[in-house]
Design a protein around this ligand. Structure first.
Ligand SMILES: Nc1nc2c(ncn2[C@@H]2O[C@H](COP(=O)(O)OP(=O)(O)OP(=O)(O)O)[C@@H](O)[C@H]2O)c(=O)[nH]1
Length: 809
């Protein structure tokens, strides 16, 4: 169909009753109907065929409906229902031109379409124009009577219809004034209304309940066109702002929002075609449901594709976003507001429900991003806490104080950051994330506390080890009756000092009393274990210690000077003393005695079993029960045993075997010394020598030459005696003395001769005083060397091996 400048029309329902879906969609877009909300009106026109309906609409609304050519005669022009937008009328007014109701072409059988189209027009229109000829008023066989009957009948099929304006347009009015015509017409209408069968509920309902009846009369378009146009122009004025209260379309109760018009009209037509009753309120809800759903889906899709949101969603995966909540809030607001704006005219219940659904869907969409943002806040706060806490500890703040201050500060920071992330519409709880953060922080504090305490414990253990190990070793080495009491005192003193220091150091860690006590106990146990460990270590080398002890006492005198076995020493007593000391050491080392009430008779048992019994066995051969034939000590728990009785016995045997050599060496040395000191001949030989050699002796004394020779010989022998240190060489026995003297004799003679020759050549050296001091010096040196050489019996052989003539130069 051609269209006029300001009008656009569409064939809404064709002659076969097919709804033109594409046509209405295009029409709505063309006239921008969806934007109108509720501000639009819909006018329909019914009436007999060829009664000038299209002519009226075109003149009244500036539409472009096809009119019948007057010269071709009356025949049906309009098929089905056409729709157009009225030009120049505000608000937007749509008009529907219905197929004539009594057309000859369709006949009686087609009345069904007339009824359907009448019902459709009543259901969707605000104003229905009933076009009728003036001369039909008051006539029994008037052409519009069946039409009105149809209108009233279908009206009953609408549940809770809104009040529609029925504007009767009387065409080709006569000279009879309208004031006279109108009552007659209203009487005709009332008669028809009364004659229409009604359901029980509307039996007494007056016509005015359903319809607002208006009447207007127009002159003949064909005969009095001028007047016609003038009257039409006046009538047009009534359509301006028709939706205002009191206007022609004043009842707005059942209006479907413009954006739902297409769907609504399709559905209504569908229901009418199916010959079902039309429940307009239910229909309205249905339209609202569908339309709100559509709008909500549109908004959801638009949000999901929104560039800003996509960027936000992507960025939040990799890091925190400042003002995340605010940005998302405003974005959500935009789309929810758009929904509200578009769905505002639909049923409120439906609209709210769909809005809620949309909001839920949108929030579901953004929730992962929100969780990511919240996760960044949580991890960021945790990192911040770790950093702040470390710094506070570095500054020297007390542990608990630092932890509490940092927790308070960081939790406040978290709350602040959460407020920046929170999405107002969602009202999501951040409590769980806060709790997780709190748990993480607590775990971190606990781990740092554990590390610090472990560090402290280690340092105190180290100190304890240092302060106990050396002294315990020294005390055990001393091995006397005070050894274990001293060790106990040392352990007590050092443990108390460590516990005091440790307690003070951990006081800032906000530790519960139980844990603190456990740690102190553990420290005390550690101290004890150090002593026990040291004792075990020393017990492991008890044999060496015993031998050292023996050697120390056996080879040194009471002044700790190396012993010289001159023959006067009581080797038996010395050996006994040294062995006793070694046995004492063994008894001290045998068990751990760290408790004040630790008592045992190990020393006595060892003495009886190892010393006394051996003497008895040797002397008296008495058979007795061996107290050392056991692996436990009486009164001593096995945990405190370091050396079992059996081990003691074995160790003693080994000790004795390994020290026996030293004793026998000492005895040999002593015997040899005794023999070497006894070099004079026996007294009877001396007496015999004096008696028998008396004459020769007197001869020598009476001859001065012999006396001089004897004197010179004496001096020479004396000098050699001194030079060779003959008495010193024989101190260790005759044989070693002879061997040593033999090796020294020839070099000494040679040396003396060389010196005498040098002195003969250099008279300056013939100073008797100087020579004497030199001799004295040499004598002193020899004495010192000799003393050193004889300092240790066991080193005697070595001394012999390494001594050489050059040592005495
Ligand atoms: N007597 C008279 N004839 C008119 C008037 N207005 C229009 N006509 C004529 O009536 C004939 C039918 O006009 P339409 O406007 O096509 O009538 P219609 O009711 O739309 O026809 P259908 O759509 O076929 O039902 C045309 O020849 C018009 O010239 C009028 O006011 N009086």
């Amino acid at each position: 169909m051609a269209s006029r400048d300001s009008s656009y029309s569409t064939h809404l329902i064709d002659g076969d009753g097919i709804f033109n879906v594409a046509g209405i969609e295009t029409f709505m877009k063309e006239v921008k109907l969806a934007e109108c909300g509720l501000s639009y009106a819909l006018v329909s026109i019914m009436g007999p065929q060829s009664s000038g309906k299209s002519t009226l609409l075109n003149n009244l609304f500036g539409t472009n409906f096809r009119e019948m050519d007057a010269f071709k005669g009356r025949s049906q022009t309009t098929k089905g229902i056409w729709m157009a937008r009225c030009a120049g009328i505000e608000p937007c007014t749509l008009v529907m031109d219905l197929e004539g109701t009594d057309g000859r072409e369709r006949g009686e059988d087609d009345t069904a379409f007339e009824k359907q189209s009448a019902l459709f027009a009543l259901a969707v229109s605000d104003i229905v124009l009933i076009n009728m000829w003036c001369h039909d008023i008051g006539r029994e066989q008037a052409a519009n009577k069946p039409l009105l009957k149809t209108v009233f009948q279908v009206m009953m099929r609408l549940f809770s219809p809104r009040k529609t304006t029925l504007l009767f347009v009387i065409r080709d009015k006569t000279r009879t004034p309208l004031e006279n015509l109108e009552p007659v017409l209203r009487e005709d209408i009332q008669k028809i209304w009364d004659s229409v069968p009604k359901p029980q509920a509307h039996m007494e309902t007056p016509l005015s309940e359903f319809f607002n009846v208006e009447v207007v009369a127009l002159s003949s378009y064909e005969e009095k066109e001028e007047q016609f146009r003038e009257q039409v122009a006046n009538l047009r004025q009534r359509f301006h702002h028709s939706i205002a209260p009191g206007g022609l379309a004043g009842d707005r109760r059942g209006v479907v929002p413009a954006s739902g018009f297409s769907f609504s009209s399709q559905q209504i037509w569908k229901v009418i075609k199916e010959n079902k009753d039309l429940d307009l309120p239910a229909h309205k809800v249905m339209v609202a449901t569908v339309r709100c759903e559509e709008i909500a889906n549109e908004k959801y899709a638009a949000f999901a594709a929104n560039e800003e949101w996509c960027k936000l969603e992507e960025t939040v995966q990799s890091g925190p976003i400042t003002g995340f909540g605010k940005k998302l809030n405003s974005l959500l607001d935009v789309y929810l507001s758009e929904y509200d704006a578009e769905a505002i005219y639909f049923d409120e219940g439906v609209r709210s429900a769909k809005q809620k659904q949309l909001q839920e869907k949108l929030l579901q969409l953004v929730q992962p991003a929100f969780q990511s943002a919240l996760g960044h806040v949580r991890s960021g706060t945790l990192d911040k806490f770790k950093e702040t806490f470390d710094k506070a500890l570095e500054r020297g703040e007390g542990f608990s104080e630092a932890a509490n201050n940092c927790i308070e500060f960081c939790m406040a920071q978290f709350d602040k950051a959460c407020a920046d992330v929170v999405i107002e519409q969602a009202n999501w709880d951040t409590y769980k994330v806060r709790e997780k953060l709190q748990r993480d922080i607590d775990a971190h504090v606990a781990s740092v506390r554990a590390a610090k305490i472990s560090e402290l414990t280690s340092s105190y253990e180290e100190k304890l080890k240092e302060s106990l190990s050396g002294p315990v070793e020294a005390l055990l080495d001393g091995a006397n009756s005070d050894t274990w009491p001293s060790i106990r005192n040392l352990l007590r003193r050092e443990t108390e000092s460590a516990v005091l220091g440790f307690s003070s150091a951990v006081s800032g860690f906000d530790m519960d009393e139980d844990t603190r006590q456990k740690m102190i106990l553990s420290l005390e146990d550690y101290a004890r274990s150090v002593v026990e460990g040291k004792a075990k270590e020393e017990a492991g080398r008890v044999l060496i210690r015993m031998k050292d002890k023996f050697t120390m006492l056996f080879s040194h005198d009471s002044d700790s000077m190396p012993r010289v076995w001159t023959g006067k020493e009581d080797i038996r007593a010395i050996t006994k003393t040294a062995r006793s000391a070694s046995l004492k050491l063994l008894s001290v080392m045998a068990v751990i005695r760290l408790n004040d009430n630790d008592t045992d008779n190990i020393e006595k048992t060892l003495a009886v079993a190892l010393v006394d019994s051996s003497n008895s066995a040797a002397n008296k051969s008495i058979t007795m029960v061996d107290p050392l034939a056991s692996s436990t000590w009486e009164q001593v728990p096995s945990s405190n045993t370091l050396i079992t009785p059996v081990q003691c016995k074995s160790l003693w045997r080994q000790f004795k075997t390994e020290t026996e050599y030293s004793v026998s060496q000492a005895i040999s040395a002593q015997e040899a010394n005794k023999r070497s000191n006894n070099w004079l001949p026996p007294p009877w030989a001396i007496v015999a020598l004096v008696i028998l050699g008396f004459n020769e002796f007197m001869t020598l004394l009476r001859n001065p030459l012999y006396l001089g020779l004897i004197f010179v010989g004496y001096l020479l022998v004396k000098a050699l005696w001194m030079q060779l240190d003959v008495s010193g060489e024989f101190r260790n026995g005759a044989l070693p003395g002879i061997i040593s003297l033999t090796s020294k004799f020839i070099p000494t003679i040679m040396n003396l001769m060389k010196k005498l020759a040098e002195e003969g050549q250099n008279p300056a050296n013939n100073n008797p005083q100087r020579n004497q001091s030199k001799i004295n010096h040499n004598a002193l040196t020899r004495n010192a060397v000799s003393s050193s050489a004889s300092s240790n019996v066991t080193s005697l052989d070595n001394e012999k091996e390494h001594s050489s003539p050059s040592k005495y130069e």
